[in-house]
Design a binder for this molecule. Structure first.
Ligand code: TXA
Ligand code: MG
Length: 335
């Protein structure tokens, strides 16, 4: 990745100044755009929760610039967490660790653990460095609570208009889905959210299997709520034959349907079909992930009765996508 140009340097200085004054600034990361507040600014953290519409007990990820500061923000760091940080940072990996006294409880939703990440996007890194020593940004994805995460600056603008101090535009996010979250609290690491780093790559580095599943009795992760990442239009994910049958039933009712598919076979069946808005997605997981949220947001604008997505293949490379599609299909009225 290249370093920021002169034009963006002055934007970064301006953004850092605003953050250090307690304003909110949205900024690009390699996963999705974040809505940043400097963590020592209590009023900014409060505003972050209210602007996003997020319950105050849902912890935020703390983003910082330098690996050497890991033990400034966290305590009792197990060796395997150091290994992961050294190997994957900067990058789309969030580690849950015991928080140090430097992390305010308002940021962690009252918990004694903190989610930490050094992002890879050059603008994010430059912004974090520009804040000054021992400063960090709490940054949830820059969308309204429960909505689809933003992968373009225009997505952030669509959700928040002029409610923010500033939106740093860093183009389209290269990864397109959120970071992988690993809990490093117990003796053994646990996968809390699949994301930009494959859990199989993590297992190779720490030379042990990650436990998965939803056994999060003491840890609250809003990304683990079933209703997250949802479009307004109802969404259903189906295997190919169920999809063909279900679509037929809906079309017989005269409904307009959005279709998100990745196999050419289905495309041949449905592209020219009346009342079907068909999007052919890439059949490799990296490109699919990069386009997913932009495509869902665009389809959500079409006033369609329903979105149907073709089930993606099994396997580590597709896990984060399968996870987001599943959650997008579970919209609750509370969001
Ligand atoms: O890729 C990402 O992680 C993006 C970019 C902006 O960095 N951020 C992001 O933040 O996805 P957010 O707030 O939308 O999701 C953060 C997830 C939530 O599921 C939250 O509950 C979990 O991280 N999390 C944060 N701190 C935690 C903690 N102490 N224990 C358990 N889960 C935590
Ligand atoms: Mg989010």
């Amino acid at each position: 990745m290249t370093s920021p140009s002169n034009g963006s340097s002055s934007r970064i200085v301006q953004a850092a100044t605003r953050l250090n004054r307690g304003e909110l600034v949205a900024f690009p990361t390699e996963t999705v755009y974040g809505l940043g507040a400097e963590i020592s600014q209590a009023a900014a953290i409060e505003k972050l929760f209210s602007v996003k519409g997020r319950p105050k007990n849902h912890p935020l990820i703390v983003h910082f610039a330098h690996l050497a500061d890991l033990d400034y923000w966290a305590e009792n760091i197990p060796d395997y967490a150091w290994l992961l940080a050294e190997h994957f940072w900067p990058g789309p990996l969030t580690l849950i660790l015991h928080k140090s006294a430097h992390v305010p409880l308002s940021v962690t939703g009252g918990q004694d653990t903190v989610g930490l990440r050094i992002p890879k996007h050059p603008l994010a890194l430059a912004l974090l460095a520009a804040l000054g020593p021992h400063k960090a940004l709490a940054a949830p994805s820059a969308n309204h609570f429960g909505h689809i995460s933003p992968t373009l600056a225009s997505h952030v603008e669509a959700d928040f208009g002029n409610q923010l101090g500033m939106i740093l535009d860093g183009g389209a996010c290269a990864v397109g889905v959120e970071s992988t979250i690993i809990s490093c609290i117990g003796h053994f690491p646990q996968l809390l959210r699949p994301g930009g780093i494959l859990h199989t790559d993590i297992e190779q580095v720490i030379k042990c299997n990650l436990s998965t599943g939803t056994a999060q009795t003491t840890i609250k992760a809003s990304g683990s709520l079933a209703s997250h990442y949802a479009p307004v239009t109802p969404l259903k994910t189906l295997d190919d034959s169920s999809l063909i049958n279900y679509l037929d039933t809906l079309l017989q009712q005269g409904l307009r349907i959005g279709l998100l598919i990745h196999s050419q076979k289905l495309q041949a069946l449905f592209t020219a079909k009346k009342n079907v808005h068909c999007v052919l997605m890439p059949d490799n997981p990296q490109d699919y992930a990069r386009q997913l949220y932009t495509t869902l947001r665009a389809l959500d604008q079409q006033g369609l009765a329903c979105l149907i997505t073709e089930e993606v293949p099994e396997g580590a490379e597709w896990l984060a996508i399968a996870d987001r599609l599943q959650r997008a299909g579970h919209r609750h009225s509370s969001n």
